[in-house]
Design a protein around this ligand. Sequence first.
Ligand code: EPU
Length: 337
Amino acid sequence: MSLLQKNVSLKSLHTFGTDVSARYYAQVAHVEDLLDLLSNYPAEAEDILVLGGGSNLLFTRDYEGLVIHPSMLGKEVVRETDQHVFVRASAAEDWDGLVAWSVSKGYGGLENLSLIPGRVGASVVQNIGAYGVEVADVVDRVEAVSLQTGEQVIFRNEECTFAYRDSYFKHQGRDSYMITSVLYKLTKEPVLCLEYSDLSAAMESCPQADIAAVRRAVIDIRKKKLPDPAEVGNAGSFFKNPVVPKVLYDRIKDEFPDLPGHRVSADMVKIPAAWLIQQCGWKGKRVGDAGVYPHQPLVLVNYGHASGKEIFDLSQRIMWSVESEFGVTLDTEVNVF
Ligand code: EPU
């Protein structure tokens, strides 16, 4: 039976929940399915998009190419040393399910990344990060299949060129590979990462400081600040926090002494985009069903029937405001199609 379907709705397959469809769509459970698909898919479907949990993208129109939706599941310890366990998880595993499982086994490294929506495959594309930890810190290798040749390829951590919410798979490797699994190097003797102030404050009142407590605290913080995509359509942070030259940071700070900032190198400073967006008056604003989340203006939301184009237009207006008010260019974290 052919895996390929035509004109498939993507509404329930991405967390903004906008009403769009894919011209061609195939769910892929095995590498063999992918090889079969690649040798048979229609020539007119030039573009290929590998769709994970759909929690970091915005469709502004129907997708005219082929959407490949990996569905391979499984997670297991494949190797152990005195101090580490190597866990292989398949690409379609739910991210937070993997975190819950590793915490329940006492394996440290993922607990700060609790409750992030999405799947294992996307965790490395996006280099997901929260509360002082990035997935790049614990990835050993990424296993993928080339969409051009069907060849199986392994990327060691250093070959993934991980950076802030960024990796090889977002640029040169974009839409060229289907990630099949990720090998994580977790620790048997967890060292807690509590550098993020909200998290260390929450942990102070906690009788036993272990990875399970960190997971609970992170879940509490996220639930207070971030909308649940099951209730309100959103894709987490829509923008990245901009990294600007220190001279620009100092110039803005002269005028706005409460400007927060975090030095990332001798001459560059990371500024919270939420602060810039709030300052421009966008916090809690709503244009039709597209809106700026009232508790975290870095997040754009779909209150019901917003189209992708309306959410995109709102993001553009916010970017123009921030640019003209502060001379800072925001970059989207979400992939826009
Ligand atoms: N802020 C405001 N107004 C607000 C909210 C925040 O001015 O209404 C300012 C404050 O100065 C605050 C600062 O923004 O101190 C930082 O806010 P927060 O700690 O909530 O985190 P963030 O920088 O906005 C980043 C990630 C989140 C991640 C948190 C925690 C990015 C783009 N976002 O947000 O990631 O959960 O840190 O580590 O780096 C995601 O990627 O989807 C995501 C949610």
